[in-house]
Write a protein that binds this ligand. Structure first.
Ligand code: PLP
Length: 381
């Protein structure tokens, strides 16, 4: 089955009792047993629910994995993955990562004796010097948020295999439409399904996907034991959203490219971060591991003044100022005061998250309206 067919069909069949085309919302916490243990495969909805299971199978198929596990949010998925570790274990993570991931690592799991190293992974040669006998996990996000750096998944998978580490890729920005990390040697793919996967800014959910039976068994034990599962209604919404993932992503990529090129030529704009530019430091790797470059574009303003960034994000009409990304509507954000406010100023500036940086999640509206909107807002400077 090809990708654009999997989005619509994988893990889903017509309801056997009524023939309903859409997977029903099995809004139930429990299931009848004829005699103790005699049931149809479901006992309790924390452990399993048919709507959620259809989504989990769909996700496994899209990522070319074997097992999908859904959680109440992307952070719920991250929480479950880190619970594979024990006190004393160490994780090497990219330094330019989603603020909430940084927060759960440093403010929650560090207190449980897990140690995190944050390093620039754009050059994979940096990584091995941080590996010691306690290192158990490599954590990468690519493209990164909000700097759109590209990390070489294949190179990290090799380092990870050589050192018997678990290699996790947060694939939220790319989605499996653009990039399939398990095919490149990653052990676990993590998603905030809240973003492009669900795609309509109407649900919060996360997932972990893998191929290995033993790893899946551990993750599913954590999922059931810790209980951060999504409900059937939300699972239905994500399943429905995914049916148009390939169409939406195609338009996100087209619009993203046109916006990146427009900004690059604009006199008020300093740097534009988008992996499709030939001048992007890891453009060649992006071309190898991604099928296109996505709809996320970041840029900063000449002079690097905080007030200028605030003026631009406050004066747009179609690019709504809001947290999150990946929905059909265009959003803009100011990482230094919003998504990355949890990261100390000195830390964030090292990675390029300066005061005038603006991050765009380019939606699927008509491109001429989007460009006109940016034009009029930048004209206020
Ligand atoms: C949003 C996001 C998360 C966290 O997911 P939630 O669904 O908000 O909990 C993790 N990683 C990335 C890259 C994200 O964009």
């Amino acid at each position: 089955m090809k990708f654009g067919t999997k989005t619509i069909h994988a893990g889903q069949q017509a309801d056997p009792t009524t023939g309903a085309i859409m997977t029903p919302i099995y809004q139930t916490s429990t299931y009848i047993q004829a005699s103790p243990g005699d049931h149809k495969g479901y006992e309790y909805s924390r452990t399993g629910n048919p709507t959620r299971n259809a989504l989990e199978q769909n996700l496994a198929s899209l990522e070319n994995g074997k097992f999908g596990l859904c959680f109440g949010s992307g952070l719920g998925a991250i929480d479950a993955i880190i619970k594979l570790l024990s006190p004393g274990d160490e994780v090497i993570s990219t330094n330019d990562l989603y603020g909430g991931t940084y927060r759960v690592f440093t403010k929650i799991f560090a207190n449980y004796g897990i140690k995190f190293h944050f390093i620039g992974m754009e050059n994979s040669k940096n990584i091995e010097s941080f590996i010691n006998k306690n290192t158990k996990m490599l954590w990468a996000e690519t493209p990164t948020n909000p700097m759109l750096n590209i990390i070489d998944i294949t190179a990290l998978a090799q380092i990870s295999k050589k050192n018997s580490l678990t290699f996790v890729v947060d694939n939220t920005f790319a989605t499996p439409y653009l990039q399939r990390p398990l095919d490149l040697g990653a052990d676990i793919v993590m998603h905030s399904l809240t973003k492009y996967m669900a795609g309509h800014s109407d649900v919060v959910m996360g997932a972990a996907i893998c191929k290995d039976d033993a790893l899946a068994e551990k993750l599913s034990f954590i999922q059931n034991s810790c209980g951060a599962v999504p409900g059937p209604m939300d699972s239905f919404l994500v399943l429905r959203g995914i049916k148009t993932l390939h169409l939406r992503m195609q338009r996100h990529c087209e619009n993203g490219e046109l916006i990146a090129r427009f900004l690059k030529d604009h006199s008020k704009v300093d740097s534009v971060y988008w992996p499709g530019f030939k001048t992007h430091p890891n453009h060649e790797i992006a071309k190898t591991q991604m099928d296109n470059f996505g709809g996320m574009v970041s840029f900063n303003i000449k002079g690097n003044r905080l007030e200028d960034a605030i003026t631009v994000v406050s004066n747009m009409h179609y690019f709504t100022l809001a947290e999150s990304l990946g929905g059909v509507e265009s959003l803009c954000g100011h990482p230094a005061s919003m998504t990355h406010a949890a990261i100390p100023k000195k830390e964030r500036e090292k990675t390029g998250v300066v005061d005038s940086l603006i991050r765009l999640s380019v939606g699927i509206e008509d491109i001429s309206d989007l460009i006109e909107d940016l034009e009029q807002s930048l004209a206020k400077l």
